[in-house]
Ligand binder design. Sequence first.
Ligand SMILES: Nc1nc2c(ncn2[C@@H]2O[C@H](COP(=O)(O)OP(=O)(O)OP(=O)(O)O)[C@@H](O)[C@H]2O)c(=O)[nH]1
Ligand SMILES: [Mg+2]
Length: 429
Amino acid sequence: MQLEKTIERAILIGLYTESGEIAAEVAERSLDELQELAEAAGATVVGRALQHRQSADSATFIGKGKLEEAKAAAIELDASLLIFDDELTGSQIRNIEGQSNLKVVDRTFLILDIFAQRAKSREGKLQVELAQQQYRLSRLIGLGHALSRLGGGIGTRGPGESQLESDRRHINRRLNTLKQALKEVALRRQQTRQQRQSNEILTIAVVGYTNAGKSTLLNILTQADLLTLDQVFATLDPAARRLELPDQQPVILVDTVGFIRKLPHQLVDAFRSTLEEVTQADAILQVIDCSDPQADVQRDVVEQLLNELGAAGKPRLTVLNKIDRLGSFERGGLTLFSGRDQTIQISARTGEGIPDLIAAISKLAAESFIPVSLLLPYAKTGWVSRIEQQGKVDHVDYREDGIAVEAHVRVALYKALLQDQLLISNDKR
Ligand SMILES: Nc1nc2c(ncn2[C@@H]2O[C@H](COP(=O)(O)OP(=O)(O)OP(=O)(O)O)[C@@H](O)[C@H]2O)c(=O)[nH]1
Ligand SMILES: [Mg+2]
């Protein structure tokens, strides 16, 4: 949007409280990721500082000495922006800005800013603005100074500056409007989903850390043309694509927004209806970039979010993507990953392992059928063709007392049969 105009020189600042090498390493990698986020938002990173401290300073987050160091470094490196790797309170932002005379943003702010740049659909834009306004509301005091002083640049995209300076009541009014508009869009999304469900097609949500290769995988599986980029948050809007399995049975794969550690809770809330694609899916296809040194951390982040969404218990396939980037020795180490779930090693780029994945999806689809025995009165003959279309009929017997059918059906049809009292229990077979 305004990338060229807003190149700001930034210094990254992280803080970790646990001791030990692992904690330091995790904090360093988190800063690497913050750098990616900063660059995606249009900043140039010129320096970074990591502090180990027992706890964050309530006034300035990092200690006074460290802040002085950062200020000196900013002067030397001609930086105008400090980016913190954790969420700051409004008063922390105000204090740090006051003491350093630099613009201050935090990780949450940055992620919201990237989302604001990338959002394309009406729903996406509404969701991002909702999250941004909520963030602003909670930091109204802290942000006023920096943003009115600087005009333009990271964090000022999206709703626009005039709103930032307006009062709480104004933001609250805007929040209500947004929520109302989102409710309407969400309703439409729900209707499309229900239509899909009543069509009895198995739906699988493709989830994973941002940049894991979800969209690339969907493209290779379904010959789709979804945007794939080597950058965080290429996908914001869920997209559903149909995959015909070798037995001609269709399944729907849904591409979703990528997860990231320290994902702002405002975003999770605002993206509720988008994320419902995950909670409403019949199964989950989790994509892990196994070539990333932080793959295990990323997997844990995804696991935690799936838990929060109440989707962790769904049938799951886990793919270890990007194996083309690994040597044979590293591939051997991948067995460490297997455990709870079935894992399949693939490369969405070269196509390696894709046939195995399709076989696994077919197996999952087959298992999602419930075996039923029915005795249909002749007045309900219509059910036979409905089951033929939407399920698998194994055997039909036109008897004197009705039509006896042995079949496999999906949950929705099973429920309909149950409601119509057409199922016969096992002992009556
Ligand atoms: N080497 C290699 N690169 C891959 C593979 N799969 C995806 N990529 C690359 O990884 C980058 C991210 O791919 P995407 O498909 O956009 O990832 P995503 O998970 O959809 O990411 P978001 O939508 O941003 O959450 C792109 O540059 C892809 O070309 C793979 O199997 N091997
Ligand atoms: Mg994507």
